[in-house]
Unconditional design. Sequence first.
Length: 288
Amino acid sequence: MVLEAKKETVKDFVHLLDSYPVIGIVNMENLPTKQLQKMRAKLRDTKIVLRMTKKRLMKIAYSQSKKHNIMELQKYSEGMPALVFTTENPFRLCSELAKSKSKAPAKAGQKAPRDISVSAGPTSFTPGPVISQLGKYGIKTGIEGGKIVIKQDGTVVRKGETISAELAGILARLGIEPMEIGLNLTAVYENGTVYTSDVLLIDETEYANKIATAYSDSLNLAVYVAYPTKETITILLGKVHHDSVAVAVSGGILTSETTQDIIRKAYLEMQSLSNILPALSGETKTDS
């Protein structure tokens, strides 16, 4: 019975491996059951299928799959591995898994994932040793209504620094959950190539801004060198029209588009001349 169950598991994994174009491998080590349930719920409405079994059975499934180079994923089996199957591209998979992560309290010995701050405002703490504990981390406090009040925002630990047991306790009592627990993607397979998570994890906003900047710069360059494309042709024709009108006005060439500007130019020159002539006339009389 046990052997048959294992065979069915392998068969199921082989089917999934051969059916989905993108396969990711994640590490579920130290992931609490409660957090896993939350993530499963978040992934339920996505195109991602999560499956877990023993490493040995996964290895057998890799060997029986028709996918080229799929065995390469075995190298990235870390901790408690599980496989995710999707029709999304690797970057979207990485993004979806990142979004599915949940916040969690800090534990002693963990590294701060970012600068951790405490916000100004009331607390549930009564006056006592906690005042000196908060002061130890540079947090200014006061007493209002028999409770400790944090006077101003303050950073208690910097990104990459180790969180002490004392600080972890304070953050927990303040309801601050600075850590993230989730499916840690280690690698993704697509079309025979395996991509590691450091390649796939990108800042989408920053990436979009870079594309927008590149588009703007290339458009400006194309206009500058008068390179015609469907994006530049309207701008180039407008520039040519503007320049040709300017040349016609400068040369006094009368057209339906230049007449008004030429008359305005002549009028301004006449006014300028009329202001200069009296002065020149006065100078001539003085000299005589």
